[in-house]
Design a protein around this ligand. Structure first.
Ligand code: SAH
Ligand code: SF4
Ligand code: F3S
Length: 484
């Protein structure tokens, strides 16, 4: 499918609206906005765009939702408990709205693309004025403007029409945008949260339709940015001093699919940029993680020795029901191929426990895969039924206690592997990139190894943004501790 780029004139219109909102502020008082983010790195990256746009509109970002004129909640729909937490927090915003009736509350992100959830917001969360799904992110200025215009008219104020949007009809009092146009928007402002590490989206959406997963429905069809746009952004990040750049996509390995470009080639081009920095990427789908990818990684000192390769289940029967497109042995072959080229590669993964109908034998296969692959770390999720996905039609009849016991056993197995892997670092010196401050007793800095392992460090803030050699003194199952 051909990628649809949002036209320059459409982007210009958003920019004019941002300027208009900034220049027609009602008073000169400091205007504040609050952005809260749930979910994955893609959402973190989207929130950086929301903050960039809000700043362009004249808002400063505040961590205090009571002080904010605009509150944006960027949500995640991946599991039901994530959804419940978000809805609870959105519900609690009635208090901020009561304290500041002029406040505009916006819900965006993946949950705003789930019709059942939007219906709930419409019916029971009257304090939310605007919802829009991830694909409408680039239209945030125009959507917010429509809400503001309507407010002004309702309150008998001068609506201050923006010329660039003069033809826009005045919106309803509450807007629930249902935008399924999956396009790519370039040229909108970003306000990055971190100084050392940066997110760099290379593709959006997902066409894999794993049977349990809601992402393809809420983020739309797969589409890739143009290589030159990505390279330009990457060069800018390196020039600005970012040292650890993560390329983002739901399945980065299908970057360029349908066109002439591919991910290994993009990775080679980015790692060819001059400078001292590391490139990571996530997420890789095992069915598309190719020998060519491992070669591109192995051949560049700027490609971090880390791959996040979710396996989801060790049972071939469950993998087929999940529509994953590989078997346990094919997965392990990929791992072996990566390790052959990069013996020191750090391998992390995701697994789902309790997929509908998962038997003891299926579960044993998952344990077997974990024993064989020996991951550096593993994110374990309990299956959650998501509306509209094929797996939601399967009977989810495993008792809660069985799922909890399976989770526990797997967690213990992985912890013992992680501790064993970590303890091999004790007494060694490893190169780490210091990326910020923390509060772990006398360990005031946090840093990452090339493989992405968290290392708590002693030392002063002047080390932030620098690669240093750290002597590792001890560890736990999640992180290492060391001294520069
Ligand atoms: N695109 C990435 C990440 C998807 S979401 C990938 O394919 O790897 C991150 C993780 O959430 C997935 O890897 C999966 O382990 C988990 N997940 C997704 N849907 C889920 C569901 N319905 N229930 C439980 N875990 C789920
Ligand atoms: Fe979901 Fe599968 Fe796409 Fe990952 S690859 S986002 S798990 S559908
Ligand atoms: Fe959640 Fe959407 Fe990411 S559902 S995990 S925020 S793609």
């Amino acid at each position: 499918m051909k990628n649809t780029l949002v036209t320059e004139s459409e982007i210009e219109k958003q920019k004019s609206i941002m300027r208009h909102i900034r220049d027609t502020a009602r008073d000169s008082a400091l205007r504040l906005a609050y952005v809260d983010t749930y979910g994955c790195q893609q959402n973190e990256s989207d929130s950086e765009k929301l903050r960039g746009m809000l700043r362009e509109m004249g808002y400063e970002i505040t961590p205090d939702e009571f002080a904010a004129e605009i509150v944006v909640i960027n949500t995640c729909a991946i599991r039901e408990n994530a959804e419940n937490r978000v809805l609870g927090n959105i519900g609690a915003l009635v208090h901020t709205k009561k304290a500041k009736p002029s406040q505009i509350i916006v819900m965006c992100g993946c949950l705003a693309g789930v019709p059942e959830t939007v219906a709930k917001i419409r019916e029971s969360y009257a304090h939310v004025s605007l919802t829009f799904p991830p694909n409408a992110l680039w239209r945030f200025p125009e959507l917010l403007y429509a809400v503001m215009l309507r407010r002004a008219l309702d309150e008998g104020r001068d609506p201050a029409i923006c010329r660039a949007a003069a033809e826009m009809p005045v919106g309803p009092r509450r807007m629930f945008v249902d935008d399924d146009r999956a396009a790519i928007a370039e040229g909108l402002p970003t306000h990055r949260d971190m100084q050392v590490r940066a997110w760099l989206p290379v593709m959006y959406g997902c066409d894999n339709f794993c049977s349990y997963c809601i992402v393809p429905y809420v983020r739309g069809r797969e589409r890739s940015r143009e290589r030159e746009d990505i390279l330009e952004e990457a060069r800018g990040l390196v020039a600005a001093g970012y040292k650890d750049i993560t390329l983002l996509g739901q399945n980065v390995n299908s970057y360029g699919a349908g066109g002439s470009d591919n991910f290994p080639s993009l990775l080679r081009a980015i790692t060819a940029i001059e400078g001292e920095f590391l490139i990571r990427f996530m997420t890789s789908h095992p069915k598309d993680a190719s020998a060519e990818l491992f070669e591109a990684m192995a051949q560049s000192g700027r490609a971090a020795r880390h791959i996040h390769l979710p396996f989801q289940s060790g049972s071939d029967r469950i993998l087929a029901l999940m529509n994953r497109g590989y078997t346990q042995s094919e997965y392990l072959e990929k791992v072996a191929a990566a390790r052959k080229l990069m013996p020191d590669i750090s391998l992390t993964s995701d697994v789902i426990i309790g997929f509908p109908g998962e038997t003891d034998d299926d579960y044993e296969q998952t344990l077997r895969l974990i024993e064989a692959a020996r991951f550096d770390s593993l994110f374990i999720f309990i299956y959650s039924k998501r509306p509209g996905t094929p797996a939601a039609k399967l009977e989810d009849n495993l008792p809660k206690e069985v799922k909890a016991a399976r989770f526990e056993r797997l967690n213990n197995l992985q912890n013992s592997i992680s501790v064993e892997k970590h303890s091999r670092f004790i007494g060694k010196t490893v190169r780490v990139l210091v990326d910020g401050q923390t509060n772990e007793g006398s360990y005031t800095l946090k840093s990452r190894t090339n493989g992405g392992r968290l290392v708590h460090l002693t030392g002063g803030p002047e080390l932030i943004g620098r690669f240093v050699d750290a002597g590792i003194t001890h560890c736990n199952s999640w992180s290492l501790f060391g001294e520069p």
